[in-house]
Design a protein around this ligand. Structure first.
Ligand code: GLY
Ligand code: MN
Ligand code: MN
Length: 449
């Protein structure tokens, strides 16, 4: 990519600085784009996205698909001070481009290179002084995207009209929150044609991850497990929850995470029993458990991992007993994870296991009464990823397994959450590198002090 930019913009290596004195300032107006500016995102797996577009066209049979990319969100109304941008998942799934204000058109049958058009806004050199290089309708974009037909957004309406006439089928649009404020989408839904929602089709394709998606997830999850290890190592009684959050997220960023997949949950003592506590402002106390539920996002895909540990590095016998029951429940669910099983079945297996092995740990009740959320959800570009939750597992699906027991009356909450890939023979832990048994956690925390 860098080499390609050098060729396209005709940039040459800078001349060596003169031996004496400071280098002369560049004359105004002769600004040279710097090829290393990372504004165009990571390399696209062009074969993977082309296969996804073909699969989509095959599902549609006959029709036209039109997908807008996201826009930069303006934190201040009249002036963009911050590059606050995350691509729409549907657009990313079909292009892996992080570019903004773009549109993708696919015509079925076909959906191949000849039937796909990428529309990009014309480049604006004056604006690029502020934003850095942007993809424009030229050969750079064609090479970066693997889509040979790249046109200016100025021609979108004309090309769309002729594609619809040619395809003689419905128009599929991603009708969801991401396009609610998109005037062109609104107009198209009212133009009297056969307009349908694209989301159910793309969402079902997203259920089974391809090799590129799995490798993105592995990267996000590997970064995440490093963050959890750092959080355990850093923890000391008396630390503020946000200090533990900082130790975790520093490692995310240092390892290239783009952002967090969701606000990090660092709940100590009583806060460990609030499922989505993310205020992270309490000061920990000796004897507390700390529940950390956090996931790095890398390349648009997010991890979702929870570890619970004693802030002082030693579980009390009571904490360990509850913890071991949660862990055994997680292992029971994992052992049953294989193609053909559903999330509902796994949930039942986990609850039955926890109930049957509660003994007197939770008083008159069995502990599954205190397991107050679902066991699993799909994982991908969304932390609670899209797709039909009744679908039997197939190889390539990725889900969480996350049992918990929450006892507010004891300020004691334990959740253990791992990310799991369904394989032909069963399942694979993706987040297994984060210590999980009480012994492993205590050993790590002893070593970190
Ligand atoms: N981190 C949110 C969840 O576990 O579902
Ligand atoms: Mn989860
Ligand atoms: Mn979680």
């Amino acid at each position: 990519m860098r080499i390609a930019l050098f060729l396209v913009f005709g940039i040459t290596a800078p001349a060596p600085a003169p031996a004496q004195g400071p280098p002369a300032p560049a004359p105004l107006g002769a600004w040279t784009p710097i090829p290393e500016l990372p504004v165009m995102g990571r390399p696209v797996d062009t074969a993977a996205v082309a296969a996804r577009r073909r699969a989509l066209a095959a599902r549609i049979g006959r029709g036209v698909v039109l997908v807008p990319s996201a826009h930069e969100r303006q934190l201040e109304r009249d002036y963009v001070q911050d590059n606050d941008f995350r691509q729409n998942n549907t657009f990313f799934y079909l292009t892996e481009l992080e570019t903004q204000d773009a549109w993708l058109l696919i015509v079925a049958p076909g959906g191949d290179d000849r039937e796909t058009v990428l529309f990009l806004p014309p480049r604006n050199p004056a604006q690029e002084r502020w934003t850095g290089l942007r993809l424009g309708p030229d050969s750079v974009a064609a090479r970066a995207s693997g889509i040979p037909r790249v046109l200016s957004t100025d021609s979108l309406d004309r090309v769309l009209r002729s594609a619809r006439a040619r395809a003689a089928g419905p128009l599929y649009l991603p009708l969801d929150v991401s396009t609610r404020d998109e005037p062109r989408i609104t107009d198209l839904t009212f133009d009297g044609g056969d307009v349908r929602s694209l989301r159910p089709i793309v969402d079902s394709l997203r259920l089974v991850k391809d090799a590129d998606e799995v490798s993105r997830l592995r990267k996000a999850i590997d970064i995440t497990t490093l963050g959890h290890i750092a959080a355990m190592r850093a923890a000391r009684p008396g630390m503020w929850e946000y200090e533990i959050e900082a130790a975790l997220e520093a490692v995310f960023r240092r390892n290239g995470a783009d952002r967090v997949g969701y606000p990090s949950i660092v709940g100590s003592g009583p806060n460990s029993t609030t499922l989505h506590y993310d205020v992270n402002r309490r000061r920990t106390r000796d004897g507390d458990l700390v529940l950390v539920d956090a996931g790095a996002e890398w390349g648009q895909y997010t991890a979702d991992v929870t570890r619970t540990f004693p802030v002082n590095g030693r579980f009390t016998p009571r904490q360990k007993a509850i913890y071991d029951l949660v862990l055994a429940t997680e292992l029971a669910a994992y052992d049953s994870t294989r193609p053909g099983v559903t999330i509902a079945q796994l949930n039942r297996i986990a609850r039955d296991y926890m109930g049957a092995h509660s003994g007197s740990l939770c008083g008159d009740q069995t502990c599954d009464v205190y397991f107050i959320h679902g066991l699993s959800h799909w994982l991908g570009m969304d932390v609670h990823d899209v797709g039909d939750y009744s679908t039997p597992f197939r190889p390539g699906m990725v889900l969480t397994i996350e049992p918990g027991i929450y006892l507010p009356q004891e300020s004691l909450g334990v959740r253990i959450e791992d990310d799991v890939l369904v394989t032909p023979g069963g399942a694979e832990w993706l987040s297994g590198k984060a210590p999980r048994t009480t012994q492993e956690i205590e050993r790590l925390m002893r070593g970190g002090r």
